[in-house]
Design a protein around this ligand. Sequence first.
Ligand code: NZQ
Ligand code: ZN
Length: 385
Amino acid sequence: MQNFDYYNPTQIVFGQERLNELDNLVPHNAKVLILFGGGSVKRFGTLDKIKSSLGKREVLEFGGIEANPQFETLMQAVELVQAENIDFLLAVGGGSVMDGTKFVALAANEKSNHNELLFHGFEVVPVEQAIPLGCIVTLPATGSEMNTFGVITYNEQKYPFTSPLAFPKFSLLDPDLTLTLPKEQIANGVADAFIHVIEQYLTQPQNAKIQDRFAEGILKTLIEDGPITYQDKTNIEARKNFMWSATSALNGLIGVGVMQDWTTHMIGHEMTAMFGIAHGRTLAIVLPSLLRERTEQKREKLVQFAERVWDITQGTDDEKITKAIDNTEAFFNSLDIVTKLSHYDIDDKDIETLISNMARMGLTQLSETGDLTLDIVHKILVAAK
Ligand code: NZQ
Ligand code: ZN
């Protein structure tokens, strides 16, 4: 295991019927801006409940943050925050709203060059002050509610950013708020959370037993309770486990002291930017093909994944690996996620364009060791046709 620091200050408020506790979570004298997406929180009454929980505080609203949030939209929120001297941001939504709110929090104290904030990748953005924020999660998927990351679309490209100042002060996770989600969003969330775990776990052995066993526990829980949540709205216990899995998958805990391989995400982000395919679905297309291509580099962990996550104990190592990858793909398919590019009419020419966009973004040395070139990305995508 490698040396590491671990710090996560986000207070998690988990469970049903807890929205009324907002009054204690948001500072009493705060002037609050509630940020939300395309309207689901209004349509389903969540916004009204939140406003009444906030009591007599002065509360403003900013709606219209789109899925894969756009820089220009968020800059309108930044202007509002500055003009109104807002001192607390409350994100109500999924990853897009939470990420967008983090960006607003970081950009609001900056005078100019806001787009510069997007060009630091996984290096911490050079910002010294941010507006504090809290999250109310309506879509379990990204883990944004308990991490420092965001992803913003700018000039038709997706840009990740990170800052410890973007940690939410609190995140409220009420499974009842997710009951209005269309089924396909549950499937997207299961795939996204599953692949967050995989990208921190399925690299090379690090003798990081706690991280490995936590990761395996999250994967097994997603395999068990993801499909139940997808099929059955009435099973709130499964939904709770799915929700906490998604948060646990990307709150940093399983990623400490180990190698990480975010190749699937880097390719997936480009697919969303180019073809508008939902984030979780892009990952489910790339991952099985990537694992087949990278069997040699990931051999030991793939065998461990087969044995401990899929309970495959019979056969040779190669047979175990093949079955584990097939099971993973079948798992996505069982959630009605198609794992082939042809389903989206993506052809060889599109793949070429995608590769050149990745080159332009500097995404040329991927994987846990930096040895995964764009030629290999090309092979992975051709095999996913
Ligand atoms: O906009 P509204 O009307 O609210 O509808 C949303 C949106 O259209 C809808 N929705 C959310 N909660 C709902 C609901 N509909 C009915 N009932 C509810 N309770 O769901 C749609 C998708 O929402 P979105 O927030 O875009 O989805 P998700 O949570 O999957 O977030 C995806 C974004 O997160 C980024 C992705 O790149 C993408 O931009 N990521 C962020 C990460 C992070 N911060 O750590 C890591 C991830 O890997 C990911 O890259
Ligand atoms: Zn993701």
